[in-house]
Design a protein around this ligand. Structure first.
Ligand SMILES: *Cc1c(COP(=O)(O)O)cnc(C)c1O
Length: 381
């Protein structure tokens, strides 16, 4: 067994981070906030072409604040992609609202406009339109927004774009995170760039972002004494960690190029094996290919994703199943779900057949060849 583990996606520093951290130390702006936070917000907002950005301590916090800003509260309905990480949906429960989960379409794996339309029709009939739709961009690729935006505009419901996995991706010339009323990013350790933990809320609505800053710092009223009139949170990013973020933004494009090479390598070596499909880049924009994902038709490959994960693990290589859809989660059992069509549950199929391959930008070409060789041997047996 190899001694050095190959990871799915691990932190990959560029070298410039330490300079910004040192600045924070030199000026003693360890906390609160400070120049790194301001600069990190500006560089991310400029990069995606949003009017403004608010740096937060997680992507989850950013989604929570977006829902607060949209007035989501007790008893409200929020539509959300089902095939995603739980962090997309938990903030709906934080607000005492009711999630309704929406299936994926087959091309990008992201929200199905067909399912979304059925959900809108049903909830319009009930007189209970959602307060927001959370659309997730999975594995580095944007959802196909035109049909989603058309529906949301028709019903006058704002989109929160969960771009935690798609920083740097684009859709028809617009950057991921700028398609909805609010966009959110995550800088968790496994994401394409990381601050060890962190997130960002972006929007063109500067007034709303000002309110987000207020809510993220305990909602302290303008008064000499400590006075509070509504519920706030302690959600801001530390000035030290924002320094890591500034350095990471300088290498984001390098990371995207490498992620795309990794996906290209897997595609070249594996896509022609019968029963194997590697998720493609859609024609409407650039995917970062944050994680390369693969579908297996086990009847043709003779092997299931879980078996592949086990064999890779025995070689000290990390791989993962595709996200378990929210409508299969014990915590969300009581909530409604709209599958792609009445007959076809697309995310259930991706969950059953999919896996995420090691996509670590720290991985060398030799290491990647090792992974490919293990996979080829398994899939040709
Ligand atoms: C990582 C992730 C989040 C949450 O980000 P944190 O920074 O870990 O809170 C939200 N949504 C998706 C789809 C993610 O992958």
């Amino acid at each position: 067994m190899r001694t050095k583990r190959i990871y799915l996606a691990s932190p990959h520093m560029g070298g410039g981070e330490q300079r910004y951290i040192q600045e924070a130390f030199d000026t003693n702006w360890i906390a609160p906030l400070g120049a790194n936070v301001d600069a990190f917000e500006k560089v991310v907002a400029d990069y995606v072409g949003a009017a403004g950005a608010v740096a937060l301590d997680s992507g989850t916090a950013a989604i929570h604040l977006a829902l607060r800003l949209l007035g989501v509260g007790q008893g409200d309905v929020v539509f959300c992609s089902s095939l995603t990480f739980i962090a997309s949906a938990n903030p709906i429960l934080y607000q005492g609202a009711t999630p309704v989960f929406i299936d994926s379409e087959t091309n990008s794996w992201n929200m199905s406009p067909v399912a979304l339309e059925r959900a809108f029709r049903d909830y319009a009939k009930k007189g209970k339109l959602p307060k927001a739709v959370i659309v997730v961009n999975l594995y580095g690729q944007s959802a196909d927004y035109d049909p989603l935006l058309r529906l949301c505009e028709q019903y006058e419901v704002p989109i929160v774009e969960d771009a935690a996995e798609s920083l740097g991706a684009s859709y028809k010339g617009k950057m991921s995170g700028t398609l909805g009323r609010f966009g959110i990013f995550s800088f968790n350790g496994n994401k394409i760039i990381t601050t060890s933990g962190g997130g960002m809320l972006v929007s063109d609505d500067l007034k709303a972002l000002q309110k987000a800053r207020f809510l993220a710092t305990q909602a302290r009223d303008q008064a000499k004494h400590y006075q509070h009139s509504e519920i706030g949170y302690n959600y801001r990013l530390s000035n030290v960690l924002a320094g890591i973020g500034r350095g990471q933004m300088e290498v984001l494009e390098d990371r995207i190029i490498r992620k795309r090479e990794i996906r290209e390598g897997y595609h070249k070596e594996l896509a022609n094996i019968p029963g194997v499909t590697i998720l493609d880049e859609q024609t409407y924009g650039r995917s970062t290919h944050w994680l390369t994902t693969m579908l297996l038709d086990s009847k043709r490959t003779g092997i299931r994703p879980t078996q592949i994960i086990e064999v890779l693990e025995s070689n000290n290589i990390e791989s993962r199943p595709v996200w378990k859809p929210m409508h299969f989660q014990p915590i969300f059992q009581e909530y409604s779900y709209y599958s792609h069509t009445e007959e076809e549950d697309v995310s259930a199929k991706f969950f059953a057949q999919g896996l995420c391959l090691p996509s670590d930008t720290n991985m060398s070409s030799i290491e990647m060849d090792e992974v490919v060789n293990v996979l080829k041997k398994l899939l040709s047996e």
